[in-house]
Design a protein around this ligand. Structure first.
Ligand SMILES: [Zn+2]
Length: 164
């Protein structure tokens, strides 16, 4: 009698295990057969995210080429403006060596009237370690006044900076 109960329980238990395995296999087969498409693709549109400002837009697939072209142009303009603004915000106009030293110590770029003589630049490099000419713009108005360092006539407005 107890043997019968044992076999019945054993039969029920093993059937449950087989049923569970069959269910797992069925689930795995279903997963392989039906790769799930993103929801937006099923609706013929995609979500486009700009990597510079994380702006998201829903775009129809048929409009995607034009949208990407326009976005790249706009993204280029925006990034250039942002970089120019960051540069402009970090330029300080100086008129003597103390102001230039302060600007450089505050990790700014200093704009100063300069004679452009190499002897004057070497003098500056001796006074502030690591300072160098970072830019002499081609597009600048005629400069009048004296060099901030040696008091000779200035030739250009020059940007001085330091690599960190
Ligand atoms: Zn000078």
């Amino acid at each position: 009698m107890s043997e019968n109960i044992f076999f019945i329980i054993f039969f029920i238990f093993s059937s449950l295990i087989v049923w569970a395995w069959l269910d797992i296999f069925r689930f795995l087969r279903k997963e392989r057969k039906e790769p799930s498409l993103p929801k937006e693709l099923a609706k013929n549109h995609v979500v486009v995210v700009r990597r510079d400002n994380f702006e998201k837009k829903n775009v129809k697939i048929k409009d995607l080429n034009k949208f990407i072209e326009k976005s790249l142009v706009k993204m280029h303009k925006d990034m250039l403006l942002k970089a120019k603004k960051k540069l402009d915000d970090n330029i300080v106009t100086v008129s003597n060596i103390n102001e230039l030293t302060n600007a450089i110590n505050n990790r700014k770029v200093a704009r100063a009237r300069f004679c452009c003589n190499s002897s004057c630049e070497n003098l500056l490099k001796g006074k502030i370690q690591g300072v160098r000419t970072v830019n002499i713009s081609f597009d600048q108005p005629k400069v009048s006044g004296k060099c901030f360092l040696c008091s000779k006539d200035a030739i250009n407005e020059v940007l001085f900076g330091k690599n960190y």
